[in-house]
Every structure is written in C-alpha cells, then in structure tokens.
Ligand binder design. Structure first.
Ligand code: ADP
Ligand code: MG
Length: 709
C-alpha cells in the first residue's frame, strides 16, 4: 500500500535514514524484505507475548514465562572453572525474594546494568541447576526502568517487558530486541499523521479503526487488547489492515469490471424465434437441466447488451458446460459473428472439436480446429468469415490469427487463465463477449474475489441420470483384485482409463510410467484392446487414439494426466489412478470426473504407494468420502492454505500479506460490497486521489487499472 504522511510518500522512504538504523542494519533488514519505512510498518509480529502481568518473585512458578520487576543488587561476570564459559549474572530483589538472570558468554551485558537500577526481567522460571532451588531465568528479556543518573521522561514507555510484547521473525545479526526497538522508534516518529486513504464513512460504517492507530497497535498493543485475537491475527487492528488489502483487491477488480462495462461491445440481435438454437436443442439426446437453462438465459441477456459480456460459468465436472457454450456460439453464428472456443490443452481442444463438430455441421455452420501443432490451418477461411466456430488452444488468439468478426470467446477450464490473460484479451483491438467456464469448485465468496471482475453463474445441478462414482483405495499388493474388477467392467462392454503420473521411466524417480504400464496391461489382458495416450505424441495420433476410444475400439486407455480435463466418454466407467498419492485433490477430482458421465455405475480406484505423508493420506481419505466438488475444494483449501491453493493458478493476483481470504471471508464480503459501491459513484476515483494512488501501487506490475491520461 501507499503510505502518505503530510504529503510525503513513506513507501519510498529508505529505512536506512531512520534513527537507530543506518547502512549496516539496513542491509540486515533488507534480508527480511524491509527496505522502506512502509515495508517495516507492514512487517508484522508473528506472535505476541503477554508480559504485562508483573509477578512477585515469591509467587513465581517453575516452568512458567513470567515478568518480574525489582532492583539490581548485584551484576557480575562469573568464569566457570575448567570450562571456557563466562556467565553474566544479574541478581534482582523485589522485596519478596531474589531472582537471578543469567546470560551465557555475553560478558558485555555487564555494562548495561548498575546496582540500584530498577529493571524488568521476563523469561521462563527455572531452579538453580546445582541446588535445585531458587529462581532463575536464562537469557531473559530485560528492560531498565530507571537508573540513578537519568530520570524517566513521561512518554518513555516500555518496549520489551511489562506489556504485551511483539515478537518478530529475525535474521542472523539482528535480534528480536533490536527489531523491536527499531519498530518502536519508527512507530513513535512516523505513525501519528499517516494519511488514511480509506474514506471515513466506510471505516465508520464497518467499525474499523484508523490506519495509524491500527499500525501502532499491531506492533505495540495496549494492555487490554485480547492476546488470543492478536495471536490469531484477528484483533480489530489486524482486521483493519486485512481490510485494506481486501479492499484494494476488490477495488481493482471493480475498476476492471467497470471499465469493461463502459466499453462498447457487440449487442447481438438474435433472430426473434432463435430457430438455430431451437434446432440444436432438438438435436440433443437429453433435456437441459434447470440449472443449465437458468445459466443460459443469463448468457442470452448478456449477449444482447451493448457492452462486452464477461461471465464466469462455474459448475462441477460433468454438469454439462460444453453444451451451454455450444448454444451461445450457435446464437452468435446466427447473428453473423464468429466464435472461438479456447481450451487449455491440445487434447481438450481436440475433444471439444470431436464432441461438437457433427452437431455444428448439422446446423449448417462451419467449424474448424486450430492448435499449435496442427499443420493445416484454415487461416484464410477464418479471415474471410467462412468459418463460424474455431476450436483451439489459446494459440488461436495469440498467434495473429485474424478473424473477420469475432463476436464471442469461450474460455474453457478457466483455472489456467488468470486476470492478466483476460486483461490481455481485452487489450486487443477486438472487444468480443467473453464466457469463461470453470470446474474449479470454490466457495462463492472466493469465486467472487478471484473472478471478481466477471459476472458469475453457477450450474449447481448434475444431469438427473448421474450416479455418484464409487471411490476405492488400494495398495499395490491388491493387484489381483484390481485386475478382476477391470476384467468384469470390460466384459460388460464398459471402458477403462488408467492414469500414470509420468510418461516414461526415468533415473530420477522410481515412479511407474504410462509406457511401461501400457505394456503390462497388454500382457495381462491379451483379449482386450489397450491404447496409449500422452502429451508427447503427435496431435494426429492423439486424435486417432481418442476417437478410437470414443467409438469403443479401445477397451483400456493408458494415459497421463493429459486426460485430466474435459475428456468425455460416457461409456467409460472405471478410472484407475496409479500413484494416487502423487496427485493433488483438484487433480484427482478432475480425473475422477472422467467417469460417471453416463447412466452406468462407475468406479474410481486409487492405488497409492507407500511411503507417503500425512497430507497425501488426508487427500486420499477425502476422495474416498466425498464426490462433491465444493466439499473437496474446501478441504483442499484447508490442507494447503489459500496461498498455495490460489498461488500458481492466479498469477495475475496481487499477493495478500496480512489478509487470509479463508479466515477473513466475512471481511472480504464487506470489502467487496464497499469497493463496488464506491466505484459506482466515482469510477475513476477522481475525488479520492490518494486512494487511487494506493490502488495503483497495489496492482502495480499486474494490471494497469486506469488508462493513462
Ligand atoms: P463439463 O461441465 O464437465 O464440461 P460436459 O459438458 O463435458 O461437462 O458434459 C458431460 C456429459 O454430460 C456430456 O456427455 C454431455 O453430453 C452430457 N450432458 C450435458 N448436459 C446434460 C443433460 N442435461 N442431461 C444429460 N446429459 C447431459
Ligand atoms: Mg468441460
């Protein structure tokens, strides 16, 4: 965030020039990521210790961490005979008894203390190791309250003891105590008139404290602030700082969304009776679910609007998103525009093509496949507008493919597309409607955050004929049983997937591989047809293999995770995953989603190889217990934490350093509401220049929110 103090930008103010820092310490601090004053202020304690209760020495309990206040009665360095050890011993008397503080090999400590000083000591209470009695502390935290020479000035508050004390992560050469002193000084000098960029009304309405107060309280909380809340990062002051991040996140999304609303797009004007669409629906071998109908009507409404559609369709694997896309593309074609269906992998693009091209052609429309590895590219037919629907990977918008009039872009399995890529798409001269489809089942609030610049519809219903997939866990010793199940399924006319984590054996791992697996299955099941599919094969080979599998000419398809998304063969009823312990939850759920797509009973068999860790055990357990993508995503979030869960996928998102979107879900809701309503009133934040600056800082290097000028 951007921090302003009387017009000065603290974000850029080098920490080196702060009193008590200097070049040497600045170098050490930079190892902790602290370069500027702002970095330091946002370098929060990772825990707090309550040293505010001063205990009488006579009441001390062994093993407890306690704080004691007393007068120094002796301070001396002791050399242990025969051992190369110097101990600085400080003896303190508080009227009720004596306490010894001991510092090992730090004889220089002696110069800090004089007999008669009033001091505070805080540490774990121990007995003397030789006599088994008395009270001692090893390396206690200390504070000199008064000394004979200097008198105490009024605002000379205590830093290290007699209060709730912040504990910071350290680096070698810089102790907690030193960092704490730097922070204390910083807060005292810089914080008072920091400018708060968040509008007062928003803070007041939501009971959030001011920025300077919050920054100073998270570092040096007043006594009375709940230490439990502090340690969990949910004190009202932590909440305020979390709010800032969430608000900036949402505000950025709101600005982007607003920007796209203001842009001019195509207002599709479908023929009144939607005859093409009607014919398509008649062709389908099933009836649309209510959820599908509802979501499609959202899309139809967007298509007619005069600004670009930006809608996210979320729905668990197998809920039938593809047909929705096809319906939208049909409407667009009928209005005389082209559509592009974009998939994250070539395999998936090929699948979509195979699945829909017949229906599209029966409607009298022209469709083509365009991927990186495909040689014959019908570029001139795309440019002339002869082709209505182009299916491909994102190569199709990046590699200078020219459309005559691209009206709709459908992005399938959005989790591989971030905010950045969408912004890129929008930056192109074209302003097509965009429909994003994802099976990543995340809780609604989180979805709103991650895809907050999009409108959002959910298909929350599976087709009625679906039966939950039965998931079974195995160890490699149960091979015979696994083979028996496979044989039974194939004999019934069903088909089987077998997934391996790697294509080929390598010296680096001892994982089993798809190529070896295929040979083994061929040997074991000479009566069945076994096929092999992986990412290193040529596109044409893959297409062939998949269409054989689809037509039932392959019984057992051995592959890698290339089939993870989108592949749709309803007759396949058994998914065998080898080395299931190596796969993430989302991936396992996706893979399992390849079966259970028809009305036959389906199985997912997970084979895990010991040894594997606790997390893998949890993942496998969840898979066996639940078929519900939302549950699984939540568990995944719990196991991995939000950082990792979203990290790699959402590369376009600014990092959250204080807020945690799971822990702070409620706050996120508030932030979102406030951000979006603020943008309605003042889309360019003209009235709030400092907030606007902060916002740009927050999104710097990710997305340019405001058109320059
Ligand atoms: P996903 O949402 O995972 O992309 P698909 O679009 O691939 O799902 O659909 C999964 C399967 O369900 C396909 O075989 C599709 O034809 C079928 N399907 C889609 N909608 C329905 C429906 N309403 N009733 C029955 N089957 C459906
Ligand atoms: Mg799909």
């Amino acid at each position: 965030m951007f921090l302003q103090q009387r017009g000065k930008d603290l974000s850029d103010f080098q920490i080196q020039y702060i009193k008590g820092v200097g070049p040497q310490r600045a170098r050490l601090l930079s190892r902790l990521g602290i370069k500027t004053v702002k970095d330091a202020l946002y370098y929060l304690p990772y825990r707090y210790e309550d040293r505010s209760n001063i205990r009488k020495i006579s009441d001390l309990r062994y093993g407890n961490v306690e704080t004691v206040s007393g007068k120094v009665i002796s301070a001396e360095v002791i050399r242990l005979q025969g051992r190369n050890l110097k101990i600085f011993e400080l003896t303190v008397n508080d009227g009720s008894g004596l306490l010894k503080g001991k510092w090992f090999n730090q004889p220089f400590m002696k110069k800090n203390f004089k007999v008669g000083h009033e001091v505070l000591l805080c540490g774990t209470v121990k007995r003397n190791p030789y006599w088994g009695i008395g009270f001692e502390m090893d390396n206690p935290e200390y504070e000199i309250i008064s000394n004979v020479v200097a008198t105490r000035s009024r605002d000379d508050s205590l830093i290290h003891t007699n209060r709730v004390v912040p504990v910071y992560r350290v680096t070698s050469g810089l102790s907690v105590r030193q960092i704490r002193s730097i922070m204390f000084n910083l807060i005292n000098t810089c914080i008072k008139d920091v400018y708060d960029p968040i509008p007062m009304e928003i803070l007041r309405k939501n009971g959030l404290p001011g920025l300077s107060e919050s920054l100073s309280q998270v570092h040096f909380p007043d006594t009375g602030v709940d230490i439990g809340f502090l340690n969990r990062g949910v004190s009202e002051f932590h909440r305020r700082l979390s709010f800032d991040e969430l608000f900036m996140l949402e505000l950025g999304l709101a600005v982007m969304k607003r920007g796209s609303i203001l842009e001019k797009g195509i207002a599709f004007n479908p023929v009144p009776n939607l005859s093409g669409l009607k014919r398509l629906i008649e062709m389908l071998p099933f009836r649309l679910t209510r959820a599908q109908e509802r979501v499609f009507s959202d899309i139809l409404r967007d298509l007619k609007m005069p600004h670009p559609m930006n809608r996210l369709i979320q729905g668990d694997v197998g809920c039938g998103k593809t047909v929705i896309a096809l319906m939208a593309m049909t409407v667009v074609a009928e209005c005389g525009y082209q559509s592009a269906l974009m998939a994250p992998t070539e395999i998936l693009a090929e699948q979509h093509y195979i699945n829909i091209h017949r229906m599209v052609e029966d409607l009298g429309l022209k469709i083509c496949l365009l991927t990186g590895s495909k040689k014959d590219r019908p570029l001139s037919e795309i440019a002339s507008g002869e082709i209505d629907i182009v299916v491909g990977t994102h190569a199709l918008i990046q590699e200078g493919v020219i459309f005559k009039n691209l009206g709709l872009v459908v992005i399938d399995e959005q989790h591989r597309f971030g905010v950045m890529q969408r912004a890129l798409l929008r930056k192109k001269a074209i302003n097509p409607d965009v429909l994003v489809m994802t099976a990543t089942p995340i809780p609604r609030t989180l979805a709103l955050t991650l895809y907050g610049d999009l409108d959002y519809s959910v298909i929350d219903e599976l087709p009625p004929d679906r039966r939950p997939v039965t998931t079974l866990l195995f160890n490699p010793g149960q091979k015979d049983y696994i083979y028996r199940l496979i044989r039974e399924e194939v004999k019934k006319g069903r088909q089987v997937y077998v997934v391996y984590p790697i294509i080929e054996e390598s010296e680096k791992t001892d994982l089993r591989s798809a190529i070896r697996g295929k040979n083994a299955f061929e040997k074991f099941f000479p009566e069945f047809k076994v096929g092999l599919l992986h990412g290193r094969m040529k596109a044409q080979e893959r297409e062939e293999i998949m269409s054989f599998f689809k037509q039932g000419e392959i019984d057992i398809l051995v592959s890698t995770t290339v089939i993870e998304v989108g592949v749709d063969v309803p007759n396949a009823t058994l998914m065998l995953i080898i080395h299931a312990e190596r796969f993430g939850l989302a991936q396992l759920h996706q893979l399992r989603g390849r079966v259970g797509r028809g009305s036959h009973r389906s199985y997912c068999m997970l084979v895990a190889y010991e040894p594997y860790g606790e997390e893998a055990r949890k993942r496998l357990g969840i898979m066996a217990r639940s078929n519900d993508g939302f549950r699984i995503a939540e568990e995944d979030l719990n196991i991995r934490g939000p950082g990792e869960f979203f990290g790699t996928r959402q590369s376009g998102m600014p990092d959250l350093r204080i807020a945690n979107i799971v822990r702070d879900a409620r706050l996120l809701d508030v932030a979102r509401r406030e951000a979006f309503s603020l943008i309605v009133g003042d889309p360019d934040l003209k009235g709030l220049p400092v907030l606007r600056k902060s916002l740009e800082r927050f999104w710097e290097g990710k997305v340019e929110l405001f058109k320059t000028g």
